[in-house]
Design a protein around this ligand. Structure first.
Ligand code: G4P
Length: 526
């Protein structure tokens, strides 16, 4: 058993961000393979194929089914314990993805070497940037025809406004891809095209001029490598760990995940450079991971994994202390004590009962709906963790049951899904409809599917002419009442009963804001 500071310093909690098809699934599998968490290549891969074979919303449903086992993958490598948090892979905006990115300490950005920065990569990157999450870049598929490495690095720098520095340099590409020169360790790592096995560790050399390179590589390849490395060293800034940790610089590894190539160097890079768990912000104070008492925050809820049981798992990221199974934690929002009888730890494929866990680790707490996103669990101190984002619903649709007799069931389903954080749900004060607000259109399909399969209520979503929703707050109860009374047709309540203004268009919103200066119109609910 290790001491708390030791356990903290060896934790690396990270996520992979990428555009679909760049190779996230393949890389995940290879990381697990190197970490010894899976024996067989292909175990995770099957998911990628399954996913592609189905239509968009079914894909999401499928992912939900498997996502408990795979949403957190834990493995050891190079003396570190890695927690890899999966981000849902579909192309649509997803609040879940954003929340997962609030629970990591660093990220790996996978880029297809032929395509460069793609749309989803950029969006996910922007989310990381909000919290200055340090990012290591993995340029994948070097075994194919690719773009020039300098051009790719330049694109990262320009598009993402990040300093870029190579951690390895590719030798050739496509069929001529021979391997990489590891610039951090000064070693030559050659690609062996034997399928399945793990590639050899690199061969150390004294530097880029080492004659060993001439002996191992064709003359034209060595010449090109030396020239490129010289140029890269002249053009790119040297790796600066502080700048990386501040989220301003990304080191770049080149590789080919499908050939297991570059994965070892990437893992070593994460072990050596990626940050261990950092102090977590709360409204009261920053919580240091090495504090003795246990605390954690719910960043994701997974409901109804098994449609026959109404169980939910709350994913808690531990912020401090040495967690042990059976301990009692206070649920700050309700003030109740919860005994952690059977928390779940995530070891690649299986759910396992957690005996102990440390800051940066994720535990799954089965519950019946009392735990919600953003909730804190502590050994007693009243803490409110900040930094779990809430999103402005940008798309609003009406939802009704196809069978009018099921209106009550629908209400219950919507409330539960809203509590889980799957969408915002509003009940207009006038009329019988419910309004659902999301940030990505795909969420409507997912909701319809879940309400049908998990609650047995077939529903239809219909477009509305609503423009946006704003939560209403005021320090002056009379001012708020005046707005609510004077605009009854535009007022709804969310699942917690907080009042919301539903605007028909920008003018409608602006007018209400102007007319009611003492009321705050909030895009998100804190
Ligand atoms: P994703 O999770 O980011 O969506 O990507 P995934 O890993 O599923 O990979 C997308 C496709 O790219 C897969 O091909 C995968 O085999 C391929 N791929 C991943 N890494 C590499 C690489 O380093 N080099 C090459 N050449 N291809 C790579 P697919 O045709 O969709 O599936 P498959 O039939 O090849 O398995």
């Amino acid at each position: 058993m290790s001491s708390l500071p030791q356990a903290v310093s060896r934790r690396r909690t990270f996520a992979i961000i990428s555009h679909p098809d760049a190779g996230k699934t393949t890389l995940t599998e290879k990381l697990l393979l190197f970490g010894g968490a899976i024996q067989l290549a292909g175990a995770v891969k099957a998911r990628g194929e399954q996913r592609r074979a189905r239509s968009d919303w079914m894909k999401v449903e499928r992912e939900r089914g498997i996502s408990v086992a795979s949403s957190v993958m834990t493995f050891d490598y190079a003396g570190c314990t890695f927690n890899l948090l999966d981000t849902p892979g579909h192309e649509d905006f997803s609040e879940d993805t954003y929340r997962v990115l609030t629970a990591v300490d660093s990220a790996v950005m996978v880029i297809d070497a032929a395509k460069g920065i793609e749309e989803q990569t950029r969006k996910l990157f922007e989310v990381c940037r909000l919290r200055d999450v340090p990012i290591i870049t993995f340029i994948n598929k070097m075994d194919r025809e690719t773009r020039d490495p300098f051009e790719l690095m330049d694109e990262i720098e320009q598009t993402l406004a990040l300093d870029v520095t190579p951690a390895s340099w590719p030798i050739g590409m496509g069929r001529e891809f021979l391997g990489c020169y590891d610039l951090w360790k000064d070693s030559l790592v050659l690609l062996s095209r034997t399928k399945g096995g793990l590639p050899d560790a690199g061969e150390p050399c004294s530097g880029i001029d080492d004659p060993m390179l001439d002996a191992q590589l064709p003359a034209h390849a060595v010449e090109k490598l030396r020239e490129s490395v010289e140029m890269a060293r002249a053009l790119c800034p040297a790796f600066d760990p502080e700048s990386y940790l501040a989220g301003h610089m990304t080191p770049v590894f080149f590789g080919s995940a499908v050939n297991n190539f570059g994965v070892r160097e990437l893992l070593q890079g994460l072990a050596d450079q990626a940050p261990p768990p950092r102090p977590q912000p709360t409204a009261q104070r920053a919580v240091d991971p090495c504090e003795e008492t246990v605390s954690g925050v719910v960043f994701k809820i997974q409901a109804n994994m098994d449609p026959k049981h109404r169980d939910r798992i709350a994913f808690v990221r531990l912020a401090s202390g040495h967690f042990k199974r059976g301990m009692k934690l206070k649920h700050i929002r309700s003030g109740k004590q919860l005994t952690m009888h059977n928390p779940v730890m995530f070891l690649a494929q299986d759910r396992e009962v957690a005996e102990e866990a440390f800051p940066g680790d994720i535990i799954g707490v089965p519950n019946h709906g009392n735990l919600r996103i953003g909730d804190a669990l502590t050994e007693g101190e009243d803490l409110v963790f900040t930094g779990i984002p809430s999103f402005a619903p940008e798309l609003l649709q009406k939802v009704r049951p196809t069978d009018p007799l099921k209106a009550k069931h629908l209400g219950r389903a919507l409330t539960q899904l809203a509590e889980e954080g799957a969408a915002r749900v509003f009940k207009p004060r006038i009329g019988a409809d419910w309004i659902v607000g999301v940030v990505g259109a795909l969420q409507f399909e997912v909701m319809a599917d879940r309400i049908r399969t998990e609650y047995d209520v077939p529903v239809v979503f219909e477009p509305t002419s609503l423009y946006t929703a704003r939560w209403l707050e005021s320090d002056d109860p009379l001012a708020l009442k005046k707005l609510l009374d004077g605009n009854a047709g535009a007022i709804a309540d969310d699942h917690d009963g907080s009042p919301v203004f539903l605007a028909r268009n920008a003018w409608h919103l602006d007018k209400a804001v102007d007319d009611h200066p003492k009321v705050r119109f909030l895009k998100t609910k804190g």
